[in-house]
Design a binder for this molecule. Structure first.
Ligand code: ADP
Length: 493
């Protein structure tokens, strides 16, 4: 890459002030694939200042939605032109299978097109008359961009998570400093290059690579940042919220989950197996909304488990670049160790390891792990309660609807949940009782740019995607006018 070891600040590639760098590793081979600049507080400050100038003096928020939409569509089209290259980069950086990466990049391009449409729509909907009971006054509510946004994103869907923040922020008229995860920084750098090719005005999008404490924390602390949008772990989300409290920054958080999948015994067993597998093994289970707690009604429990194990053991594991691979390596050594520790702890706490749990044969290098299925755990055990963020699913039996709902809701998380039943009335009823932001009926995981995304409880604050995603980046201003010719007559009688 021509822009390796540099940061994208104010429309230019610049070396970091202190000159630091770090390697990014291919998790399938454990070999370094690129060297990336390590930003520190000084670089964050330069990026924020550039974003500040682009917002305050540069005219970006003053463009019409239509003009901003043109830039977003150019970005979308450049992403589509480079879809194969970007997807391959994502595979090498993150480990996910190529078809999944192609899917992510397609969604990334669509996200920019979708918010281009909403930017245009905003032109017609920017101001709304507010009906007042006092006829001496007239009032409008006006949508305006929040300002400079710090976007801090994780490593599981590197480019897509960046797009979920950058696209609506730019559509709204905000300027952005994006910090990708240090684990998967490569496609965010490509996004910066694409923004440059699309001739996005300098400072509107800045991309700084670096570590959480050295680059993420200064961004979340910076007094010139108006809004923070974060996707990642609960502990880091909590830190960001605490930091943001110092100057009451606007914050949106998309955090972890331990999502339940309730399967009633009238379900088709093959469909249930397919969606349970997809709910936990796609993207290696490194998915915040993964349905990692499966609740199966007693009548279906034994036969379903048998089919689940049979199919899980057939999943082809390997380097995501190889055809037909469905399960790539975990993202890095730290995550691999964390998931292996969670598995060991599950066994120690008395759960039955029904399938997987080890490094697959023939994969001595790389962070490969078998699809793992646990049963017989208590509701108090850590594997049932805590997010693992890997290909590990826990299955428990239940007897009736009320018990399943109560068990699913007994979690400090509330990102997603799924319910499967041939009785649609029951499925719809259960969906309305589950305390989570995203509910799937007769499926698990399909995600649509048009629909709201976010969690209840400790899974986050705010909603991304759809019109809700745009609202994250808008302030509402009231403009109220005194229209009467009559003096107000309070002091001056
Ligand atoms: P993980 O530990 O799995 O990488 P995190 O939630 O820590 O998940 O990471 C998500 C993003 O948050 C990454 O871009 C990371 O660099 C960033 N980050 C980590 N620590 C901090 C922090 N203290 N302040 C701001 N950002 C941080």
């Amino acid at each position: 890459m021509s822009f390796s070891n540099t940061l994208f600040i104010n429309g230019e590639w610049k070396p970091p002030v202190r000159g630091g760098s770090f390697d990014t590793i291919d998790p399938a081979t454990e070999v370094a694939i690129a060297q990336v600049a390590a930003a520190t507080r000084e670089d964050v400050d330069l990026a924020v200042q550039a974003a500040r100038r682009a917002f305050d003096d540069g005219g970006w928020p003053l463009l019409s939605g239509k003009q901003r939409a043109d830039y977003l569509r150019r970005i979308a089209s450049l992403i589509r032109d480079k879809q194969q290259t970007l997807a391959e980069l994502e595979v090498r950086d993150n480990g996910k299978p190529l078809p999944e990466a192609l899917w992510d990049i397609g969604d990334t391009a669509y996200c920019f097109d979708f918010y281009a449409d909403l930017a245009e729509k905003l032109d017609g909907e920017r101001e709304q008359t507010v009906a007042l009971t006092d006829e001496r006054f007239s009032s409008v509510a006006r949508k305006e961009p929040v300002g400079v946004c710090g976007a801090i994103v994780p490593w599981n869907f590197p480019m897509l998570m960046a797009a979920w923040k950058v696209a609506p922020a730019l559509a709204a008229g905000c300027t952005v400093v994006l910090k990708p995860s240090e684990v998967t920084p490569l496609t965010a750098l490509q996004l910066a290059e694409i923004a440059r090719e699309a001739e996005l005005p300098p400072g509107v999008l800045n991309v700084i690579t670096g570590f959480g404490p050295e680059a993420g924390a200064p961004l979340s602390e910076h007094p010139d940042v108006d809004k923070l949008a974060f996707t990642g772990s609960v502990p880091t989300g909590r830190k960001i919220m605490q930091t943001a409290a110092a100057d009451i920054k606007n914050v949106s958080l998309e955090l972890g989950g331990k999502s339940a999948f309730i399967v009633f015994d009238d379900s088709d067993i093959e469909k249930a197996v397919e969606w349970i597998l997809f709910g936990i093994f796609w993207n290696k289970g490194e998915v915040c909304s993964a349905t990692s707690r499966v609740l199966v009604q007693r009548g279906l429990y034994e036969p379903l488990l048998a089919r689940l194990v049979e199919e899980a053991e057939k999943i082809r594991i390997g380097n995501g670049m190889q055809a037909d691979v469905l399960l790539g390596p975990l993202v890095n050594a730290a995550q691999y160790d964390k998931v292996r520790r969670a598995i060991a702890q599950g066994v120690e706490q008395g759960a039955t390891l029904l399938s997987g749990g080890a490094r697959p044969a023939g994969h001595e290098k790389g962070f490969f792990l078998q699809p793992t299925i646990f049963t017989d755990m208590t509701e108090e055990s850590d594997i049932w309660r805590e997010e693992i963020f890997g290909p590990v699913v826990c299955v428990r039996a239940f007897d009736n609807e009320a018990e399943a709902i109560a068990s699913a809701n007994r979690s400090r998380f509330g990102l997603a949940a799924a319910v499967m039943s041939a009785d649609l009335e029951r499925a719809e009823r259960v969906a309305r009782r589950l305390r989570a932001g995203i509910i799937w009926i007769n499926c698990s995981q399909p995600t649509f740019t048009e629909a709201p995304w976010g969690g209840y409880k400790q899974s986050g604050i705010g909603r991304e995607l759809g019109e809700w995603g745009l609202n994250n980046y808008l302030e509402i201003k009231q403009i109220t006018r005194y229209d009467s010719e009559e003096p107000w007559g309070w002091y001056l009688k």
